[in-house]
Design a protein around this ligand. Structure first.
Ligand code: PLP
Length: 365
């Protein structure tokens, strides 16, 4: 569904700027204001602050317009993930990439340990194996590219097989953003975002989003949000929409920076491997092993030796950040110890490289 005021012929960059704006009546603001309300005068369609808020609605129109579906926003990406996983009936099976976002994998493990679901974690690049795993699944979770391994799934083939088997297909589109990948083109059922990352884009807000083109599914998810209560704050929704207005500029610049850095990183002797799917602004590097260790010491050293790159978790902000992912105990053992996930920002690429190169130089040997 396109928001009523936005012709679908408009290109994505224009929709990022224009979708979800108030009607143009004299003296109305150009931007949807922040509505602080826990309750509304009775007799309307919203009634209570857990059921709706005009500031969320504006953000939902904008994200929905970019993905090509109807959107619901949530308090965080993981609130969106848990609301979608709540669709799975007792004892039913979920197929998911073993290298999904760590919080998603942990949520699946938690649900499985309490007997709520059966989870099968798969190598998402092995399409045949994923297709066979889909046969008795109720829900197939895709993340592409994966976090932080940056593997790419064959979304079209897996979706067709999973839907044939009667499973819902969900794509976590956080890394690609709707500007680089629109999963509804492959007829998936649900698209999920950690809007905390690129959509909001300024490392100052947590926000989640769920999109679907299916009105019935929308109603089910909306009623789950109403009951579970994982709703966003009005101020956070407003900040996210403000950030979203420049999504296309940020993604374009960050991606160009990432592509340039990938070329240079591949030449540096301290770097053993560069993982990059060819698009987007997330790059993972595996530091080369030395005589004394597998590269994890170099990876830790790298994150301490920069002045511009910030050592921090999360990603998708205007500022470049990076971290050694295995510093988190819950990160799967199949992620190399020496892997540093880099979230490339929108700074001048020469400054980013100068800072990175001097730090990498100090990691050689
Ligand atoms: C960060 C992230 C999430 C979780 O989102 P939060 O906003 O941190 O709750 C989910 N999926 C991916 C791919 C992420 O990077």
């Amino acid at each position: 569904m396109e928001p009523s005021t936005q012709p679908s012929s408009l290109r994505p960059s224009t929709r990022a700027v224009h979708a979800g704006r108030p009607d143009r009546t004299p003296d109305s603001p150009l931007n949807e204001p922040i509505t602080m309300a826990s309750t509304y005068v009775a007799g309307g369609t919203t009634e209570y602050g857990r059921y709706g808020n005009p500031t969320w609605t504006a953000l939902e129109e904008a994200i929905g317009s970019l993905e090509g579906g109807r959107c619901l926003t949530f308090a965080s990406g993981l609130a969106a993930v848990s609301t979608v996983l709540d669709l799975v009936g007792a004892g039913q099976k979920v197929v998911a990439p073993r290298h999904s976002y760590n919080g998603t994998v942990m949520q699946l493990a938690d649900l499985e340990s309490r007997g709520r679901i059966v989870a099968e974690l798969v190598d998402i690049t092995d399409t045949d194996a994923v297709v066979s795993a889909c046969a008795d699944a109720a829900l197939v979770w895709l993340e592409s590219p994966t976090n932080p391994a940056l593997e790419v799934a064959d979304i079209a083939t897996i979706t067709a097989a999973a839907q044939e088997a009667g499973a819902y297909v969900v794509v976590d589109n956080t890394f690609a953003t709707p500007l680089l990948q629109t999963p509804f083109d492959h007829d998936v059922d649900i698209v999920v975002h950690s809007a905390t990352k690129f959509l909001a884009g300024h490392s100052d807000v947590l926000m989640g989003a769920v999109c679907t083109r299916d009105d019935e599914l929308y109603d089910v998810l909306k009623s789950r949000r109403d009951l579970l209560g994982a709703i966003p704050g009005a101020f956070e929704a407003w900040l996210t929409l403000r950030g979203l207005r420049t999504l296309h500029l940020r993604v374009e610049r960050a991606q160009a920076n990432a592509q340039e850095l990938v070329t240079r990183l591949r030449e540096h002797p301290a770097v053993g491997e560069v993982r990059y799917p060819g698009f987007g602004a997330i790059v993972s590097v595996v530091l080369a092993p030395s005589d004394t260790n597998q590269g994890e010491l170099a990876a830790d050293l790298l994150t301490r030796k920069t002045s511009l790159w910030v050592h921090a978790t999360s990603l998708g902000g205007v500022e470049s950040t990076f971290e050694r992912r295995r510093r988190w105990k819950t990160e799967p053992a199949t992620i190399p110890d020496a892997l540093v996930r880099m979230s490339v920002g929108i700074e001048d690429v020469e400054d980013l490289w100068d800072d990175l190169r001097q730090a990498l130089d100090g990691c050689v040997g």
